[in-house]
Design a protein around this ligand. Structure first.
Ligand SMILES: C[S@@+](CC[C@H](N)C(=O)[O-])C[C@H]1O[C@@H](n2cnc3c(N)ncnc32)[C@H](O)[C@@H]1O
Length: 273
């Protein structure tokens, strides 16, 4: 039968289309399931596959040569088993006017990598551009709280142009940071402290992203790390890293049971790391 199909080009190509489509068809089922089960219409959240989480850990092991795998894994387990942050997020969602646009199942996706990075680096100053609900803000400030318990204090600045952004970021978390409202570039210019960890996640146009990197270039501390949330789409963090003689590596998400193909974390770090 296969031999017969192979002989007639049109039938062969129809068969080939069927084989190729098998790589994508399950996504349509996931889209339909998601349409009924989720409230999200942007900034999607999902869990990562176990394999993908292990890839993330191994990647940090390459970047932070003086930290062993067990310690990196400890930080992943720490945030994944943190019932308080999950409870805080759920309570804030239920009390907000956005509850019909948000899911109560809390998944941090690539922000797990942000958390691990804050825990390893112990930054004094972290900046995240683009806050949205404040999921990243909570993950980052939670890591700063844990760092403080370990004797290392740090402070978070989030930036967002939307005055309603950051409704999750309240209570105790606010003791560890603040949100600067307005255009990100303008806010970044006002930050006078040295930045140890910079996370780009605001206006996702390539030019704007690049302008953010240019704005903070001279504010970066010696061992500063930049995480790009747009690096699976643009080459700007890669370009910035080449121009500034920094290392660059990208982590690509593998979402678990979700139609979204996944974003990534572009990681730019000094060569001496
Ligand atoms: C993808 S969301 C950020 C998601 C967030 N980092 C998280 O962890 O969930 C992008 C955010 O960037 C904000 N934004 C867009 N353009 C901006 C600009 N020029 N300056 C500051 N914020 C901006 C939007 O209001 C939006 O809340």
């Amino acid at each position: 039968m296969k031999k017969f199909i192979k002989k007639i080009k049109l039938i062969r190509r129809l068969y080939d289309i069927y084989i190729a489509s098998r790589y994508f068809n399950h996504k349509y089922f996931q889209i339909i399931k998601w349409a009924f089960n989720s409230n999200e219409d942007t900034n999607y959240t999902y869990n990562l596959s176990n394999k993908n989480k292990l890839e993330l850990l191994k990647l940090f092991e390459i970047i932070f040569k003086n930290i062993n795998y067990e310690e990196i894994k400890y930080y992943l387990d720490e945030i994944e088993n943190d019932h308080d942050i999950i409870k805080d997020i759920k309570t804030r969602i239920l009390n907000s006017k956005y509850k019909n646009f948000t899911d109560l199942e809390v998944n941090f996706s690539r922000r797990l990598g942000w958390y691990i990075c804050v825990r390893i680096l112990k930054p004094k100053t972290v900046v995240e551009t683009g806050v949205d609900k404040g999921l990243g803000s909570l993950v980052i400030t939670k890591a700063l709280m844990k760092n403080k318990e370990d004797g290392c204090s740090g402070y978070y600045y989030g930036t967002d142009i939307n005055p309603d952004a950051g409704y999750l970021f309240s209570g105790n978390y606010k003791k560890f940071g603040k949100i600067l409202y307005g255009d990100s570039i303008k806010s970044l210019k006002k930050i006078e402290k040295e930045i140890d960890l910079f996370i780009n996640d605001s206006d996702h146009s390539a030019d704007y992203e690049y302008s953010e990197y240019q704005t903070i270039r001279n504010k970066l501390s010696k061992n500063a790390i930049i995480l790009g949330d747009n690096s699976h789409v643009t080459d700007r963090l890669l370009k910035f890293s080449i121009e500034n003689k920094r290392n660059y590596i990208i982590f690509k998400e593998e979402p678990l049971n979700h139609w979204y193909p996944g974003a990534g974390i572009g990681i730019s770090y000094p060569r001496n790391k």
